[in-house]
Design a protein around this ligand. Structure first.
Ligand code: SAM
Length: 290
């Protein structure tokens, strides 16, 4: 049997044989630890009836583990220098499809329909490039793709923000956006020693389980998220002060009444509001014509 791609030796061999040089600008930090790879795959609840969509396969360390566990893997890689390497590594693995492209520009809904037709579920599993973590996760959520889980390795601080509860400094618009669509769970913190080259930051694996319907009912999603953004415009300011910019200075008194009708003390800060409170606030603002 072929040695695991994600072993330190095989990784170094492949890199040397192809004369591959890492591009920092593409967030290339390859995993070389079988335990971490197993933990990521384990968290995704895959089996031979499921599909795995991988973003950024690199030389295929995670891809190989996914191919062992899932029915099919589709892996999207932006770096054209990696395509021939992946083609060779997976020449004898027919359930792996490699797609050359930028995940942010790709029609993922079409890719999922094309590659995973007939399967019982699809999850995204990836060690994401850190420079575009948030845009990638937001794309997956906002496009309302038919996903069961999103299990991704990302920068530790970003994972903590995604999973944060109201009341702390990590809680903000990213927490709310993620928790509106998903139930987050921090799987593990990962030291930088499990990568080559080693990144300067700590990492974490986060598991996002997609909800059947959003956490709170809102009339107008775009307005809900605009309200959230407005409340966090300046973190240290109160809701009343931040929202004054949203409704206009002349309407400050009406704003006080409106907050009162939602049971929200105007002197609170955005970071203390729950999703349900943001939803109520958005509804009240809409009804008042803002
Ligand atoms: N999965 C591999 C592993 O764990 O060893 C590599 C992970 S590395 C952190 C991120 C990978 O994403 C790199 O292979 C990089 O070329 C790729 N990548 C970066 N930006 C991308 C984009 N916009 N679309 C698709 N892949 C991208």
């Amino acid at each position: 049997a072929m040695a695991e791609v994600g072993s330190p030796k095989r990784t170094k061999d492949i890199i040397a044989r192809y004369g591959f040089t890492f591009k920092k600008s593409l967030g290339q930090n390859f995993l070389i630890d079988q335990n971490i790879l197993r933990k990521i795959v384990g968290a995704a609840e895959l089996d031979e009836s499921k599909g795995a969509l991988e973003i950024g396969p690199g030389i295929g360390a995670l891809t190989q583990q996914l191919a062992h566990t899932a029915a099919k893997v589709a892996a999207v890689e932006i770096d054209n220098r990696l395509i021939p390497i992946l083609k060779e590594v997976f020449a004898d693995t027919p359930n792996v499809h490699v797609e050359h492209g930028d995940v942010l520009k790709l029609d993922l809904d079409a890719l999922i329909k094309e590659r995973f037709a007939g399967l019982s579920g699809v999850s995204v599993v990836a060690n994401l490039p850190y420079y575009v973590t948030t845009p990638i996760v937001m794309k997956l959520l906002e496009e309302k793709l038919p996903l069961e889980h999103i299990v991704v390795m990302i920068q530790k601080e970003v994972a903590q923000r995604m999973a944060a509860k109201p009341g702390g400094k990590d809680y903000g618009s990213l927490s709310i956006a993620v928790q509106y669509y998903c139930v987050p769970e921090l799987v593990c913190i990962v030291p930088h020693t499990v990568f080559i080259p080693q990144p300067n930051v700590d990492s974490a694996v986060i598991k996002l389980t997609l909800r059947d319907k959003p956490a709170v009912e809102v009339e107008d999603e775009a307005h809900f998220f605009r309200t959230v953004q407005a409340c966090f415009a300046q973190r240290r300011k109160t809701i009343a002060n931040n929202l004054t910019a949203f409704v206009g200075k002349a309407n400050r008194d009406q704003l006080g009444t409106l907050l009162g009708s939602c049971g929200i003390d105007p002197s609170r800060r955005g970071e203390t509001l729950s999703l349900a409170e943001f939803a109520a606030l958005s509804r009240a603002l809409l009804e008042a014509g803002y």
